[in-house]
Design a protein around this ligand. Structure first.
Ligand code: ATP
Length: 449
């Protein structure tokens, strides 16, 4: 992990944010290559789950929604984490995580029992080593903000959305009224979510501000949902493979009855083998008609679907495949990272799948100060940029340029040399095999596809 973090900074993928002010815990900036990787992953997701499917449409809702949304969804009362403070060093921790680490017992939600474990002296503060704890308290994870309308009234309070899903449910009626969707169909959204996580950490795995890619897939409550649920699991895994994940690094964790929300018929986490263990990458939940029903109740609106064939009206059930974008990026980075020995030196390569690599082709003039080489290289660059994400690089010797592009994860490097001026051929160097091949400029685009 340390190597990934340092490569990400060195090569402009991800920077710790606000560094010039001494840093700001657990916030990161996607740098020039990181932002490309992120965009490519979002585009891949949108293509797989929206554009390429006839049963999906997308929306893009705001981050600040009507405060009643969060009452209806249950977030204002239930979206809590258990926290405990060290009285000596004043650091705050997730109580259930510390209890789990110390005892192996999952006590999520059992505040009194956890307080007893802390009081028994079994747990030392990970920061200062003392055993002087406060009692375990519940902490709402929504970020609050105030709207500048009428001062001092409660209605001013608003929240930054802690998930994108609710923005979909509240537009259900608008989508069915304005499009020709028929059950089963899904509404997708990509966007920021905010959670006041007590302990963030593990690089971009757990952030306070992150992006989700979520789908609410509406189905007829009478339909047999089990097959469709399994199909969604397969689609989600397929997306993980497209990021570069290997089969053996993925596994399922099915939530047992006592941990599952009462309205959910089934919930599965798709976990990835991160350097800090198997942890949730994506989730899939059957949420029944809970959300639409609650919004119907709180808004007083009918959120029903009319089946044109049977003339039946009902509230659909929903399957919710949810994907974390930042965790997807982390998987793409981890899965791509390779170190290999080449002629006594260590070569570091980010072997991204070609469609998500930030740069697809790098174009080099062999020498920087030869005008005719540079002009020809610019011509090739101009030609390739119509089809590919291309970077022009004339800095340093060719070996150094290859090393840099290997670390950025560029699948191909194209070099323009003196022979090019004679016969219009260039060399293509393959990132993974390091083999070089000479091809005609006119065949180049095909050779790179
Ligand atoms: P966790 O158990 O890891 O806190 P969760 O079960 O609360 O996750 P969901 O509410 O199901 O997560 O959110 C959907 C997806 O959003 C997760 O599968 C994950 O990929 C992503 N996600 C959730 N919380 C964070 C976070 N703090 N930082 C980055 N990504 C997150």
């Amino acid at each position: 992990m340390d190597k990934i973090v340092s490569l990400c900074k060195r090569r402009g993928f991800i920077f710790p944010c606000s560094e010039i002010y001494g840093g700001f815990a657990n916030s990161y900036t996607y740098g020039p290559y990181g932002v490309e990787l992120k965009r490519n992953i979002k585009d891949l997701w949108w293509k797989m789950f929206v554009s390429d499917r006839e049963d999906m449409v997308g929306i893009d809702g705001p981050i600040i929604l009507h405060p009643k949304v969060w009452e209806a969804s249950g977030h204002t009362t239930n979206f809590n984490d258990a926290m405990v403070d060290c009285k000596k060093c004043k650091n705050r921790f997730r109580a259930d995580h510390l209890v789990d680490e110390a005892t192996g017992e999952d006590m999520e939600g059992k505040l009194d029992e956890m307080t007893a474990v802390f009081a028994s002296g079994k747990i030392s503060c990970p920061n200062c080593g003392k055993k002087d704890w406060t009692e375990v308290r519940s902490f709402n994870m929504m970020f609050e903000t105030k709207m500048n309308t009428v001062s001092g009234e409660e209605a001013n309070m608003a929240y930054l959305r802690p998930e994108t899903a609710q923005a979909i449910f509240i537009e259900f009626k608008n989508v069915i009224d304005s499009t020709r969707v028929k059950l089963p169909f899904g509404i997708a959204q990509i966007g920021k979510a905010f959670r006041n996580e007590i302990v963030a950490g593990n690089f971009i795995f757990r952030l306070r501000e992150f992006e989700q890619m979520e789908i609410e897939y509406f189905i007829n409550p009478k339909m047999k949902w089990e097959k469709m649920f399994n199909d969604w699991l397969v689609f989600q895994e397929e997306f993980a493979y497209r990021l570069g994940a290997k089969k053996e690094d993925l596994r399922h964790y099915e939530h047992p009855d006592e941990k599952r929300a009462f309205y959910s018929k089934k919930t599965i986490d798709i976990e990835y083998n991160f350097p800090f263990g198997f942890k949730e990458l994506f989730g899939l939940a059957h949420r029944s008609d809970y959300d639409l029903k609650r919004h119907a109740e709180f808004s007083g609106q009918k959120l029903e679907y009319l089946d044109q064939e049977t003339n039946e009206k009902f509230i659909p059930h929903v399957l919710e495949p949810t994907f974390g974008l930042d965790r997807s990026i982390l998987v793409a980075l981890l899965a791509a990272y390779r170190e290999e020995e080449v002629e006594g030196e260590v070569r570091t390569v980010m072997a991204f799948p070609k469609d998500i690599a930030p740069v697809q082709v790098a174009v080099f003039p062999l020498l920087k100060n030869k005008e005719n080489l540079v002009a020809k290289a610019r011509e090739v660059f101009g030609m390739l940029k119509k089809e590919f994400r291309v970077e022009f690089d004339d800095n340093g010797n060719i070996g150094k340029r290859y090393r840099r592009q290997d670390e950025i994860g560029t699948p191909y490097c194209v070099t323009i040399d003196f022979d090019t001026l004679e016969d219009n051929t260039v060399t293509i160097r393959d990132r993974d095999t390091m083999k070089q091949e000479r091809v005609k400029i006119s065949d180049l685009a095909e050779g790179l596809s």
